[in-house]
Ligand binder design. Sequence first.
Ligand code: PHE
Length: 512
Amino acid sequence: MLMVGRKLLRLYLLIIYYLMNEFLKSVLLKLSRLQRKGTIRLLLVCFLLKLLSIERRMQEKLSIHGAWSSRWVFIMAATGSAVGLGNIWKFPYITGENGGGAFVLVYLICILLVGIPIMVSEVLIGRRGRQSPINSMKDLAVESGLSRKWSLAGWMGAIAGVMIFSFYSIVAGWVLYYVAGMANGEFIDIGSEMAGKKFEALLADAQTLLIWHTVFVLMVMIVVAGGVNKGLERATRIMMPALFVLLFVLLGYSMTSGAFGQGFDFLFHFDPSELTWNSVLVALGHSFFTLSLGMGSIMAYGSYMPKKSSIGGTVVMIALLDTLVALVAGLAIFPIVFANQLDPGAGPGLMFITLPVAFGQMPGGQIFGFLFFVLIAVAAWTSAISLMEPAVAWMVEKFGIKRLPACTALGFLVWALGIACLGSFNFMSDLKIGSMTFFDLMDFATANVMLPLGGLFIAIFAGWKIKQSVLKDELSMQNHFWFSAWYVAIRFIAPVAVAAIFALNLYNKFTV
Ligand code: PHE
């Protein structure tokens, strides 16, 4: 009885074991199936996410050259482009030549009514196109059903960039020479006569000019070859804060050591009788030059801008910073000029003759003079980078080459053209094209003709040709008022102002 009972129990246990086993097996199988399904599902989800991100990237369309890591970097980089020799060298001397306050007022009006609206358009076109200005203009034209010939505006800009760079680099070379001179104490107690002679001697010395010109071109090439993030962005992050600190240190110095009231008065007194149509053209041209407009620098920088950031506010910030630097530079320079009874209308030599004299006589002048020229060198460097970027980006896109060979080819071109510019002060000084030396011609042709013309094309393109839906989509302005204000400025005010000032000057040239 016991035996039967035991056998039955074993059988029972065996059956249970068997059933359990089967059950577990089926669960495991199910689980593994589930797992496989899960894997498939997981893969599917990944795939969909990938598709979504590709879609987003396609929608956001990033530039192949890279992207700024934040809105602030873009603001700083664009300000770095805008703030340059135009602000610290050119603005004070053309203000001096054109009589001061009234000129400053016209210049400020040009910035507000023409410069800012065009800068908004450039950033918009760049960010929409996400390529070099030449290709962005082309793609946007095609998107709005227009002719591809609009890319010619980009072409003119890239050429203007090379031309500006060639004479810019000569002046930047003078600055580097003065940095070294200040560091060596060459200007201590120098009188105005000696300072004038020293500057003249520098201009006559083609070899020295060539050396510093070459150094500057190389400095710019190194940064641009590094690319958007490792070159342009890195340089911006280091140099822009330094620039602002130096500028305000110098303003403090001028306020305490110069004839501040007189300098202030010179910049801001208003006497319309000093204004001529030519000075209005100079003011307009300068508003383009100082904001780096009309040639694609800001457009190229805009193509690396994050999609989320608002264009309007960003541009106003850049224009304000640029104007602030020009005015502060004026306030730093003129009080020193007046305190030393020097001539504010001395022309391009203002910064290189009068200031060293002033610094040479002032307490602490050697250090502050050195800092001043370092400041200008930094400002020129961050601007020249942006002069090269549009053409380099285009070469990379067009020929599929790396940045280094593109920079080398372009750098060589700029360098060679620069030799003709520096020759204007010595071995080519007799060559006059309509009373202008080659250097003057490069400056005049770009700042007073090509940039305003480029700006005019951009205004017509953005104001009249691009579809409104595209404009609204890119600007995404919540506030209707600002959109309308911009739209009126870009359709009517900017093109009419540029065309009218051009026409008046031509008329004056032929009638006078
Ligand atoms: N904005 C620069 C300056 O003020 C010059 C510049 C012009 C740079 C055009 C880029 C493009 O010095």
